[in-house]
Design a protein around this ligand. Structure first.
Ligand code: FUL
Length: 607
C-alpha cells in the first residue's frame, strides 16, 4: 500500500494521485491519504467525496480504534472535597486515600473487557498526582505515604502487570499555577509536566487534553502553544494518540454516552487550536457538537479533510469524581449496555469513567455493575449466530450478500464492519431476514465505519441478507455478525429533585427568582435542573429569608462543568438553615449571559 501524506503546498503530485483514483473506475487504486487530505482546487463534489473514501487512519489511530472499550479514572483533590471542579486553593493534605489500590482498578476494568486506562494526572485544580518538579501542588506535599506516593507510577505498574494500555489526562486549564495567564511561562511549565509524564512512565498510549476552560471575564487568559505540545508528544511518544484538543481523536460532542446515528471518521472538523482552524470551522459552521460532520454536502464545501474518529466519554456516575451520595446512581447494566450500543456500536470508542472513592478503590457498586456489563458483552458477542460472517466483500452500491444463520437460532442484533484501513465508505445499508421463505426487512442504517451494531425485535430467520445501498466507492466489508442480545429492563435510578412538594410555593419576585415556600423549613440544600437548549446558570448565589425582607446569602458558587454535562445539580450546605423564603440569583450563565430561572427548575432538600 502506498501512503501519500498530503500537504497544503504540494498540489501537483496530489493532483496526479487524485486523477489516478478518479480515473481508475475498473482498476483498483491503491493510494491512500493517511490522516488528512487537502483538496486541490476545482474538484467537483463527486470527485471530492470519492477522494474522501481514500483517507485512512494512522497506525496509532487504527490501534486505538480496535481497543473499543477504554476507561477513564477521575481521581484527585476533588475526590476528597466532594467537588467536580476544584479551584486550586485546596490544601494538598486533603489528598489522603486510606486503602489505595491501583491494581484493584486495573483488575476490575480488565475483567470487564477494558483495554486502556486514562488517569487524570492533573485536573483543572492543578493538583498533580505525581511528584512533579514543576509545582509543590502535588502528592509530594500530601501526607499520603509521607509524600512519597505517586499515583501515575502505581497505575502504570499495575497496567504493566495486567498488560493494559495506559493514557494520561493533563488539563491545560490550571486554576492553581501562578504562571497561568502569563502565556510563555505557563506553556514552559506545561511542557515540562508533559515531558515528565511522557519520559518517566514507560509507554503512553493516549494523551487527553481537555477543552474545558472556565476562564471568566476577569480571569487569566492563557494562549496555549499547541504546536509545541504536539511536538513534545510526537517526539517522546510517537504512538500515543492525541485526544480532544488533540488531532487524532475527536470528542463526540456530549458527556451522556451518545454517539451519532451517522458517524463519519472522515470529517473537515479539526480541534480549534489555531486561528486558521478556528476560521475554517467557523466558515463551515461546524464544531464537535454538530450533528453533521461528514456529509457529502459538507465535504463539497471543505478544503481539507481528516481522519478524526469519535470518542464517547461518559461517567458511570452522574459526576466525573466520586461522591458518596451518588452510590445509588451508578449506571445500571441496562444503561451501560445502551451506552455500548450507542458508542462502540456507532463507530466510536467508548471512554467510560469509573472514579475511585476516598479509599482509593473502585467502589463495590461500580465494580459489580462493571462485572455484569463485561459478562453481558462477552456472552452476547462470543455467541455468533451466522455460520460464516468473516468476509472480504468488495461491495458496489446496490450489491447484496446472503449469510446463513445457524439452524433454529433467534437473533436481534447485527454487526457490520468495514476495513477502515481502506477508508470509510458505506453511506446506506439494509438488513433483511429470510423468514418463511420471504425476505423481511429487519433494520437499516447509514454509516458503518469500524463497527456498527443495530438491534431489532427477536426473529428466527434462516438467512440474513445485507444490501449496501450507497457507498462512496467500492466498500470493503470485513465482517458481518448476528447475535442474540438479551433485552434488559432499564431501571433508571431517579435523582431526587426535591424533598418538599412545590404545590404551595408562590413566586415573589420573578428575577432574581424568590419563592415563598409556604412554611418554614430546615433547609439542607437545593437542586437546580438545567433545561435542554437554554443557557444554564454557571455562577449563582443562594439566599434565604425568614420574613421575605431580610435576606442572608448562604452560598455563592458555580455549577462546575454544567455546560458540557447538563444534568441536575445538587448543592448541600455546610449547616442547615431555617427559612420560609428562598432566592436564587444568577450571576453568570454558561454562555456569559444572565439566564433566568424558573420555579420548576428548583428543588429544596431537607433530609
Ligand atoms: C470536562 C471536565 O470539565 C470534566 O471535569 C471532566 O474532566 C470531563 C471528562 O471533561 O470537560
Amino acid at each position: 500500500m502506498i501512503r501519500a501524506t498530503s500537504n497544503y503546498n504540494k498540489f501537483i503530485p496530489l493532483l496526479l494521485v487524485a486523477l489516478t483514483i478518479l480515473t481508475s473506475c475498473n482498476q483498483r487504486a491503491n493510494t491512500y491519504f493517511e490522516k488528512h487530505l487537502s483538496y486541490p482546487d476545482l474538484l467537483t463534489k463527486d470527485q471530492k467525496v470519492k477522494l474522501a473514501a481514500y483517507v485512512v487512519p494512522t497506525e496509532s489511530q487504527y490501534e486505538w480504534q480496535q481497543l473499543e472499550l477504554t476507561a477513564f479514572i477521575h481521581f484527585g483533590i476533588n475526590t476528597f472535597t466532594g467537588r467536580e471542579w476544584g479551584d486550586g486553593t485546596e490544601d494538598p493534605n486533603l489528598f489522603n486515600p486510606t486503602n489505595f489500590d491501583a491494581e484493584q482498578w486495573v483488575e476490575t476494568l480488565q475483567n470487564a473487557g477494558f483495554k486502556m486506562v486514562i488517569l487524570t494526572a492533573k485536573h483543572h485544580d492543578g493538583f498533580c498526582l505525581w511528584p512533579t518538579q514543576t509545582t509543590k501542588h502535588s502528592v509530594a506535599s500530601s501526607s499520603w505515604l509521607n509524600g512519597k506516593g505517586d499515583v501515575v507510577k502505581a497505575l502504570r505498574d499495575a497496567c504493566e502487570k495486567y498488560d493494559m494500555k495506559f493514557g494520561v489526562y493533563l488539563s491545560p486549564w490550571d486554576r492553581n499555577a501562578e504562571s497561568y495567564g502569563d502565556s510563555p511561562a505557563y506553556n514552559r511549565m506545561f511542557v515540562q509536566q508533559l515531558v515528565e509524564l511522557l519520559t518517566n512512565y514507560g509507554e503512553i498510549h493516549e494523551v487527553w487534553f481537555d477543552g474545558a476552560n472556565g476562564e471568566g471575564p476577569n480571569g487569566k487568559v492563557q494562549e496555549y502553544d499547541w504546536t509545541r505540545f504536539y511536538h513534545v508528544i510526537d517526539s517522546l511518544q510517537p504512538m500515543a494518540v492525541k485526544a480532544i484538543m488533540g488531532d487524532d481523536v475527536r470528542w463526540v460532542g456530549n458527556e451522556s454516552g451518545l454517539g451519532r446515528e451517522t458517524e463519519w471518521s472522515v470529517t473537515p472538523l479539526q480541534p480549534d487550536i489555531n486561528k486558521t482552524v478556528v476560521a475554517e470551522n467557523n466558515r463551515l459552521n461546524i464544531s464537535p457538537t454538530s450533528k453533521d460532520l461528514g456529509s457529502n454536502e459538507l465535504i463539497e464545501e471543505s478544503k481539507t479533510i481528516y481522519w478524526y474518529p469519535s470518542e464517547v466519554d461518559v461517567s458511570i456516575r452522574p459526576g466525573w469524581f466520586y461522591h458518596a451520595e451518588q452510590d445509588s446512581q451508578v449506571k445500571t447494566l441496562a444503561q451501560l449496555v445502551d451506552i455500548y450500543f450507542q458508542s462502540v456500536g456507532m463507530n466510536s470508542v467508548l471512554l467510560l469513567n469509573i472514579p475511585p472513592d476516598t479509599r482509593g478503590r473502585i467502589h463495590e457498586v461500580d465494580a459489580d455493575h462493571l462485572s455484569q456489563f463485561g459478562d453481558y458483552i462477552t456472552s452476547t458477542f462470543s455467541n455468533e449466530k451466522l455460520t460464516d460472517g468473516e468476509v472480504e466483500w468488495k461491495a458496489k452500491s446496490g450489491a447484496s450478500k446472503e449469510f446463513d444463520v445457524h439452524e433454529g437460532q433467534v437473533i436481534n442484533t447485527v454487526m457490520l464492519q468495514e476495513d477502515i484501513q481502506k477508508g470509510q465508505r458505506v453511506e446506506e445499508f439494509m438488513v433483511e431476514g429470510l423468514i418463511n421463505d420471504e425476505w423481511v426487512k429487519l433494520t437499516e442504517g447509514t454509516t458503518i465505519g469500524y463497527k456498527r451494531l443495530l438491534r431489532f425485535a427477536d426473529t428466527k430467520p434462516t438467512k440474513i441478507r445485507i444490501t449496501i445501498e450507497e457507498t462512496r466507492d467500492i466498500a470493503n466489508i470485513k465482517k458481518i455478525g448476528a447475535y442474540f442480545a438479551p433485552v434488559l429492563e432499564g431501571s433508571i435510578m431517579q435523582f431526587k429533585l426535591s424533598d418538599i412538594s412545590s404545590d404551595n410555593w408562590v413566586i415573589g419576585n420573578p428575577q432574581p427568582l424568590t419563592i415563598d415556600l409556604g412554611e418554614r423549613y430546615s433547609i439542607k440544600g437545593f437542586t437546580y435542573s438545567p433545561v435542554e437548549s437554554m443557557e444554564s446558570i454557571f455562577k449563582y448565589t443562594f439566599w434565604v429569608s425568614e420574613d421575605g425582607e431580610t435576606w442572608n446569602d448562604v452560598i455563592t458558587n458555580e455549577f462546575s462543568n454544567i455546560k458540557n454535562n447538563p444534568i441536575p445539580q445538587s448543592v448541600t450546605f455546610d449547616d442547615a438553615v431555617n427559612a420560609r423564603y428562598i432566592k436564587i440569583e444568577s450571576i453568570e450563565g454558561t454562555d456569559g449571559g444572565h439566564p433566568t430561572v424558573d420555579m420548576k427548575q428548583i428543588g429544596i432538600l431537607t433530609n
